[in-house]
Design a protein around this ligand. Structure first.
Ligand code: NAP
Length: 353
């Protein structure tokens, strides 16, 4: 009997791999079937690296006191119990790099893929069935885990082929946060003032470059960063107008620092982008934004409740966007920024090369 259109859609999303709760989609599901054998509508990837989302990696590193052995055990336990690398504390995933081992013909056609191609997922690890045989090494400084494993892609899952002109590690790091620069480019308007919280991080640096391209020379960019080292990278990038070293979890101090750096009467932004990797930064984000401005909460550590109730309590009508990880061409946009900004490439090479 032919399958119904709905069944085909559900299958392309991967619901046949959901173990519990029954009827859930793969991302919110607690557990997936991670059997490393592909059916005709699935693609099997031989996985070499996981680039774990910064909020998740930071949480695991902290819980394991940055001990690589304990972190490896912790990651193996998460994958064994959930069938995917989906951190139950942060709810976030990351991306993987691997080579195509078995290919669903239709998927191959839509992504121009062949067996043996090296790919990076543009789908969160929290959606993809993953089977890990072992962890070889953890790179604490760049959220990277070298593994031996297999992952399953469904027809709905976006991915990117690794380009030849950029180093692998830089590509994987940029693609993990590619949704941020692509989304920012659609939210900002030339000439506006935009503030970026967490500006010295991976998403932050890409976002600064995307903003400069979009805003033009008349637009003003205020970069807020916690660490002095990362702030030096922001300075060397040379695209932000105002640099502030401050803690976004301390809204009152932060407002004083930003208003001192700008003008006490005029420091609020038309658009604020939150790309920090720690919780409790919603209030600072709202207070740094004009009451009729816009906010993009890209950080996975954002609390919807704190943001919504915070804006209400402050009587701010500010428009708040959730940072969607997907945008058409977001992978290509992020990689083009690496090509367009040699200084960005230099910083990425220093961090991830
Ligand atoms: P990252 O490289 O770790 O960058 C985060 C930056 O925020 C770092 O420079 C960090 O400084 C800074 N920071 C930390 N605490 C701060 C504070 N209290 N005040 C001000 N700045 C602070 O992370 P990333 O890879 O760019 O990711 C950024 C966020 O995007 C994470 O929350 C990640 O989970 C999220 N994300 C979202 C999506 C999505 O689809 N929405 C996809 C991928 C990632 P230090 O160097 O001192 O720590």
């Amino acid at each position: 009997m032919p399958s119904s259109p709905n069944q085909d859609i559900f299958h392309s999303l991967g619901i046949h791999r959901v173990i519990e709760p029954v009827g859930a989609l793969p991302q919110p599901a607690w557990k997936l079937d991670n059997t490393p054998v592909a059916s005709s509508t699935e693609t099997l990837i031989d996985v070499q690296k996981l680039h774990i989302d910064s909020a998740s990696f930071t949480q695991i590193a902290t819980a394991c006191e940055r001990d690589s052995e304990r972190m490896s055990r912790h990651i193996m336990e998460i994958v064994a119990s959930r069938g995917k690398m989906h951190n139950p504390v942060t709810g976030s995933g990351g991306v993987l790099m691997g080579t195509v081992e078995q290919l669903d013909k239709e998927f191959g056609k839509s992504h121009s893929l062949a067996i043996g191609d090296t790919i990076v997922s543009l789908t969160s690890l929290s959606w993809l069935p993953l089977h890990l045989a072992r962890i070889h090494r953890i790179h604490l400084e760049r959220c990277e885990v070298e593994v031996e494993g297999k992952a399953i892609f469904f027809r709905s899952n976006p991915l990117a082929k690794l380009p030849n002109d950029l180093p692998q590690n830089l590509v994987v790091a940029a693609l993990d946060v590619a949704g941020a620069p692509a989304r920012v480019a659609t939210l900002a308007i030339p000439g506006q003032r935009v503030t970026v919280l967490g500006a010295g991080g991976t998403a932050g640096l890409l976002t600064l470059c995307a903003l400069r391209q979009r805003l033009g020379s008349a637009g003003e960019i205020i970069a807020v960063e916690y660490s002095e080292k990362a702030l030096q990278d922001v300075a060397s990038l040379g695209v932000a107008n105002v640099l502030v070293q401050a803690d976004a979890t301390r809204p009152l101090d932060l407002i004083a620092q930003v208003s001192n750096a700008c003008s006490p009467a005029d420091y609020q932004a038309d658009l604020t982008i939150n790309v920090v990797n720690v919780p409790h930064t919603e209030f600072a984000t709202i207070l740094l934004t004009r009451t009729d401005g816009r906010i993009l909460f890209f950080s996975m550590a954002t609390s919807f409740t704190a943001a919504a109730l915070g804006a209400e309590g402050m009587a701010r009508q500010v428009e708040m966007h959730i940072g969607n990880g997907y945008m058409p061409d977001h992978g290509a946009i992020a990689l083009q920024l690496l090509r367009d900004y040699p200084a960005l490439r230099t910083i990425f090479a220093k961090r991830f090369g």
